[in-house]
Design a protein around this ligand. Structure first.
Ligand code: 5AD
Ligand code: SF4
Length: 451
């Protein structure tokens, strides 16, 4: 006779990118057979995982302040609570975490979370902390169970990890390791599974997702365009997206996929970082501002309603006022529907950290404010241009007010309207009636698009 494991409570705190959100779900899955079920708060939890991000400043400090808070809960539990630090801060600063917070039980990098059950067993036997931050020879995806935690109507699916590009400012190649692509068959299986659990929109994830080149079922190698064509054949999956991409990997077939696949949503996050060729070279981006504009032109020719999003860094070492103006000019030329912009933040161990001509903080502030004002203007005018249009909205959950539901536009806007909860999980035509700073409001045009 087999006995079920005791029911235990697991609380996961996630910082950073969508890949971390996905990883937190998979860590939850891998611990489920041990009896761990998700808990909303750390109070009374048997285990707490901090899934951390190292991309910009103060990441480690945030982790240490959260650990200080959790230490008290751990003490209140008589030391019973297992405390784990996962993700990129763990990868980069594992030893330091254990030195400064010796009450942490487990430190694990992003490539080792399939080994969590074994680490928990080792940590429970006491005898010191468990640290696993090497890049193991085995692929964690081969050792993970199928996802058991339903993600809902919109789901993430990691298809690629790591990065070989080594942009001057970025820690990712060091924390996530070399580029790796999952085989197509495993991705297609996971996508079908997500759809069976209710997903109607899947976002394929990777640090460099359009560099994906995975093994095809016939042993050949596919690129992302081909993979998207296969995914588009899955029944009841009306929406596909991918993030985050590099301009250098935008190949002909992927651009053609934007023309050919209606399920591929007309919204693309394509980071450019800077509009100055001098700074792009210093960043080791290996593309120019003109290259980027050309790619955007080709994408818009393929899919005329395509809206663009991007990432920008201001104040990279060596950035002059003229360089910054070149970034502003590129933003004016391209016209973005949405964007993220950051002040350059020096990351230990990256080439730019030791570069001469670091830009003074007040100057970075000024440039960031000017850039964000322009981007905000473009974002607002894009949202305003949606008013009066009819577009499919995928309903994802109840709204903030009674009788309201919220959905997602093709362009990732939240869309609110008065409607029945039956709409959730369906893609329905909606007429947009108002644009707010971070959302749209609409009215139903048609009851249902998909069965
Ligand atoms: N400083 C500021 N922004 C950074 N990013 C990555 N590294 C840094 C850094 N050191 C930004 C880039 C990237 C996004 C995920 O974070 O714009 O595209
Ligand atoms: Fe970082 Fe550049 Fe790789 Fe993106 S492409 S993860 S910014 S090194």
């Amino acid at each position: 006779m087999t006995s079920l494991p005791d029911r235990k409570r697991l609380h996961v705190i996630t910082w950073g990118c969508q890949m971390n959100v996905y990883d937190s779900g998979r860590m939850t899955d891998v611990l489920a057979p041990l009896g761990y079920a998700p808990a909303e708060t750390p109070n009374g939890a048997d285990m707490v995982i901090l899934n951390t991000c190292h991309i910009r400043d103060k990441a480690a400090e945030k982790v240490f302040s959260e650990l200080g808070r959790l230490r008290r809960l751990k003490e209140a539990s008589g030391g019973h609570m297992i405390l784990a630090v996962a993700g990129c801060v763990a990868q980069a600063e594992g030893a330091e975490i254990l030195a400064r917070a010796p009450y942490v039980d487990i430190v694990l990098g992003p490539q080792t979370y399939h080994r969590l059950p074994e680490m928990v067993a080792r940590a429970s036997r006491a005898g010191g902390a468990v640290i696993e931050t090497e890049f193991p020879a085995e692929d964690k995806f081969d050792h993970l169970p199928d996802s058991t935690t339903p993600q809902g109507v919109t789901a993430f699916l990691t298809i690629q990890e790591g990065c070989d590009k080594f942009c001057s400012f970025c820690v990712v190649p060091y924390t996530r390791g070399a580029e790796q692509s999952r085989p197509a068959a495993a991705i297609l299986r996971e996508a079908r599974h997500l759809v069976a659990q209710g997903a109607r929109e899947i976002t394929l994830l990777g640090q460099n997702v359009n560099a994906w080149h995975g093994e095809a079922p016939d042993g050949s190698t596919w690129g992302l365009g081909r993979l998207l064509r296969e995914l588009a054949n899955i029944p009841n999956l009306p929406r596909l997206r991918y993030a985050t991409s590099h301009p250098r990997d935008m190949d002909d077939d992927l651009i053609a996929a934007h023309r050919d696949i209606p399920a591929l949503m007309p919204f693309l996050h394509l980071p450019v970082q800077s509009g100055s060729d001098r700074i792009l070279e210093a960043m080791n981006r290996k593309h120019t501002g003109t290259d980027y504009r050309r790619i955007v032109d080709r994408l818009r020719a393929a899919r005329p309603d395509l809206a663009l999003s991007s990432d920008f860094i201001v104040g990279h070492p060596g950035e002059t006022e003229a360089d910054f103006e070149a970034t502003m000019a590129l933003v004016r030329d391209v016209n973005f529907a949405q964007a993220y912009s950051f002040k350059y933040s020096s990351r230990p161990g990256t080439p730019a950290a030791g570069a001469p001509r670091q830009v003074a903080e007040p100057e970075k502030d000024r440039r960031l404010q000017a850039l964000q004002a322009l981007l905000r203007e473009q974002q607002a005018s894009f949202a305003q241009s949606c008013v009066g249009l009819t577009m499919p909205v995928l309903f994802t959950g109840p709204g903030r007010h009674p009788g309201q539901v919220v959905g997602r536009s093709p362009f990732l806007h939240p869309v609110h309207l008065q409607g029945h909860a039956d709409l959730i999980g369906n893609e329905v035509l909606v007429r947009i009636v108002a644009a707010h700073p971070n959302s749209l409001a609409g009215t139903l045009v048609q009851e249902r698009l998909i069965a």
